[in-house]
Design a binder for this molecule. Structure first.
Ligand code: BES
Ligand code: ZN
Ligand code: ZN
Length: 458
């Protein structure tokens, strides 16, 4: 919980190399505090307790880390700003606190009961801003919780139920295409991925429509509730954590949650494709040729490249039936992302230079770095099929794995589009403010991008 004003007699103050208020300066001297990064000490004065955390000479992400550290010491604290920009401090500290406060312990008998309350010693004029930051970070938490649901619980059916609940809560309209409807529409790509599963396949379309929208945006999400690889089955080590392969869909839901709660002047359509990709006698086979919703045929070379198939139908649906000004998609699409970027950034692939530059710029501010990749024409060569319009992998050895996946998606979009490959930041381990579990990156980034895009890409 976030409040303006004092919430307890425990205070947190982040110490920079530089000047401090007189009373604080005195305490720091007494304990000979060093402002090294994340150096921590506690000072008691009467019934008051001060948690000092060093932030060196850095700004930005270090504040999210520092507030998480403070909250790990005491669940209820009052934050005293230092001499850095106040709005910036509020944003970082609120984000850090909200993100840190999500624990993935709902399936444990003994849940951690610690509750977090953060008071901010700031002017009341920041109330609205604080609320905005909080809503966006909580929407990321909403996505993180959903993404982390185990595969036996977070099934396609369950995800549809969650989407319906969200729509009801936020007053969104919702359309659900089940297997029968998908068949009728000719959405054979998602149906092929689903063929081996005893669970359903769904495309869910949610719409948020404000009174006078300035732009229309569509957000696609890959929602594979478990990716075993299909007949080209994954080895155990690589199958582990593949319940998180629905993260893209969860992030898309998180974005529309924030946009609707903040009543942003942007029309947002979220379209998620939900199914498992598992093995079985009915599973789709390599060498199959399937026709996607936009009429293009796809030669299957590898059944583990399934996310792009689901997105082929979802993106075709967006360009045929929604026709937005901008299309985005989120997908844990390729393992190759971690090879190129490690765990500190996601990939941005776009047919519009302005969009990918915007993602890079806003990403750095949002603390969710996105790095633009090339989308050169040459890569299309790698996707040429002898028998169909396109094949579903670029090469057998993984060459340009993430780029060719993005180039594949491009066959199914019309208009300005940006694809976020979020596989590199699917999961957090030993992270300062994300507990071990899914990160669901991109909610804060895209909501901040939409604030700019209201007025066109600049
Ligand atoms: N869901 C995976 C990608 C993935 C792997 C995400 C590891 C997060 C962590 C995707 O469906 C997949 O299996 N991709 C293959 C593509 C290959 C067969 C061309 C991959 O990346 O190996
Ligand atoms: Zn796969
Ligand atoms: Zn997958």
């Amino acid at each position: 919980m976030i409040k303006i004003g004092k919430v307890s007699n425990t205070f947190a103050y982040f110490v920079r190399k530089g000047k401090h208020p007189r009373n604080i300066e005195k305490m720091l001297k007494k304990i000979k505090f060093k402002a090294d990064e994340l150096n921590t000490d506690v000072f008691r004065a009467g019934n008051k307790k001060y948690i000092f955390i060093g932030i060196g000479s850095k700004k930005g992400d270090i504040l999210r880390k520092a507030i998480a550290k403070a909250l790990s010491i005491e669940g209820k604290i009052t934050y005293i700003p230092n001499d850095l920009d106040i709005e910036e401090q509020i944003k970082l500290v609120v984000e850090g606190a909200v993100l840190y406060s999500l624990k993935f312990d709902e399936f444990k008998a003994k849940r951690d009961k610690k509750r977090y309350v953060l008071g901010l010693m700031v002017d009341r004029k920041f109330k609205k801003f604080i609320n905005k930051v909080k809503v966006i970070a909580e929407s990321q938490n909403y996505a993180r919780r959903l993404a982390g649901l185990p595969p036996n619980i977070g099934t396609p059916e369950y995800m549809v139920k969650e989407a319906r609940e969200l729509a009801k809560k936020l007053g969104l309209s919702i359309k659900v295409f089940d297997k029968k409807a998908l068949k009728r529409k000719g959405m054979n790509a998602i149906l092929s991925v689903n063929a081996g599963s005893d669970k359903g396949a769904f495309i869910v379309h949610l719409t948020y429509k404000p009174e006078k929208p300035r732009i229309k945006v569509a957000i696609a999400g890959k929602g594979i509730t478990f990716d075993a690889g299909g007949l080209d089955v994954k080895p155990a080590r690589y199958m582990f954590n593949m319940h998180l392969d629905k993260t893209g869909a969860c992030v898309a839901l998180g974005v529309i949650r924030a946009v609707a709660l903040l009543k942003m002047p942007v029309e947002v359509h979220v379209v998620i494709g939900l199914t498992e990709n598992v093995i079985g006698s009915k599973a789709y086979k390599p060498n199959s040729i399937i026709k996607a919703y936009n009429g293009k045929t796809i030669e299957i070379l590898h059944t583990d490249a399934e996310g792009r198939l689901v997105l082929a139908d979802v993106l075709s649906y967006i360009s045929k039936d929604i026709k937005p000004n901008y299309t985005f998609d989120f997908a844990t699409l390729t393992g190759a992302m971690s090879i190129s970027l490690g765990k500190y950034a996601i990939g941005a692939f776009s047919n519009d230079k302005c969009l990918s530059e915007l993602a890079k710029k806003i990403g750095e501010k949002a603390g969710e770095k996105a790095w633009p990749f090339p989308m050169w024409e040459e890569y299309n060569e790698m996707l040429k099929s002898d028998f169909a319009d396109v094949k579903n992998i670029g090469s057998w050895n993984g060459d340009a794995g993430s780029i060719t996946a993005a180039k594949f998606l491009e066959h199914f979009v019309k208009g300005k589009w940006l694809h976020f490959d979020i596989a590199s930041m699917m999961i957090a381990e030993k992270h300062p403010y994300y507990r071990t579990g899914p990160i669901a990156p991109g909610v804060r980034l895209l909501v901040n991008m939409l604030e700019v895009l209201e007025n066109g890409c600049r």
